[in-house]
Design a protein around this ligand. Structure first.
Ligand code: TRP
Ligand code: SF4
Length: 327
């Protein structure tokens, strides 16, 4: 059975995009030999100026993991910074990673441009993919469920691993491959990609009423349908994207009613909300059972870190021998 590893940066509450994009994929892979971490060190690469918030957000992500249906008996859930071997292997990999590989990384260049308010000209931020390579390699993971945006990082991981093997003449690591989700990007309320930084999210923690309110008052529709008599194009409407996903049996009828203007957008939205809420109800139920279970959650994380550490330590010993640090 292949070893699986993935992680999420704790930058805030998780949203519907995370759920259908990543977490559903995690869930399918649990029961394999699977490790799901909260990448708090990676969060620090961009949030280092606000030192007080990461720990709280980390726990929020753990609750979101559990609410989305990850089962701690079927996978290992842990916090990256609690397994020190990640940082050590990251440092060892940094010895062999050419600067040019990191400077050329398209994600690095995009982020420098996009996150203009932050000073990201740091060693840690440039080295983000080196630490990610260590996250994966320390468990010898073969499969990494991620979104498309992470493909450049996965490619760098493979390059670092190959260079390691070439330099030290020892094949320690598998070359990991991405497991992409079949779901295309989920649109947010404004029709752009759902993202916390755009403020267009449906959060996993939203109540039924919040979902209805957000969809009713904020979700955009085909701008051509100003009045009920105007015919619409469902392909230009995020509400329709949601129908396709959460209400697939009725999607064709919904598209038809939109094109003929035989039904208004408000009714169309209400039908969609009901299906979306049905999909989110089990997440809400599980959240209820995990809320206020701080002690149990801490136990899951302690157990997870211990399991992760025992695997990570063995790999680190092999690496240290290959690099000549250990006789
Ligand atoms: N970079 C990933 C993201 O932003 C998070 C991450 C950190 C990760 N380490 C990882 C993902 C290792 C997969 C494997 O989503
Ligand atoms: Fe969108 Fe439905 Fe309105 Fe068509 S009828 S524009 S699919 S909300």
């Amino acid at each position: 059975m292949s070893r699986v590893l993935s992680g999420t940066r704790p930058t805030g509450k998780l949203h519907l995009g995370h759920l259908v994009g990543a977490l559903e994929n995690f869930k399918k892979l649990q029961g394999h030999d699977s490790f799901f971490m909260i990448a708090d060190l990676h969060a620090l690469t961009t949030e280092y100026e606000h030192k007080t918030t990461i720990a709280e957000k980390t726990i929020e992500v753990v609750v979101d993991y559990l609410a989305s249906g990850l089962d701690p008996d079927q996978c290992t859930i842990f916090i990256q910074s609690e397994v020190g071997e990640h940082a050590t292997l990251g440092l060892l990999f940094s010895m062999i990673t050419p600067l040019g590989w990191l400077e050329r990384n398209p994600t690095y260049k995009d982020q420098l441009r996009e996150l203009k308010g932050k000073d990201l000209h740091t060693h840690g931020f440039l080295g983000y993919p080196v630490l990610q390579a260590a996250d994966i390699a320390i468990y010898k993971a073969e499969k990494v469920p991620v979104g498309e945006d992470q493909l450049p990082h996965l490619e760098l991981t493979r390059e670092i691993v190959r260079r390691f093997h070439h330099l030290y003449g020892k094949e320690i690591f598998p070359e990991p491959e991405a497991v992409l989700t079949p779901v295309p990007r989920v649109p947010g309320l404004d029709g752009r990609k759902m993202s916390k930084s755009y403020g267009n999210c449906i959060d996993l923690s939203d109540t039924r009423e919040e979902v209805i309110r957000k969809v009713k008052t904020q979700m955009v529709t085909d701008p051509a349908r100003k009045r009920k008599e105007d015919k619409g194009d469902p392909e230009k409407c995020p509400v329709f994207f949601y129908h396709k996903f959460f209400n697939p049996e009725k999607a064709e009828a919904v598209a038809h009613a939109c094109r003929n203007a035989s039904r208004g957008c408000v009714d169309c939205k209400m039908e969609m909300c009901e299906k979306l809420n049905l999909f989110m109800d089990p997440v809400r139920e599980r959240r209820k059972t995990w809320m206020n279970k701080q002690k149990e959650i801490r136990e899951i994380l302690d157990k997870g870190a211990a399991k992760a550490r025992s695997v990570a330590r063995q790999t680190l010993t092999e690496v240290s021998k290959a690099m000549g640090l250990l006789a």
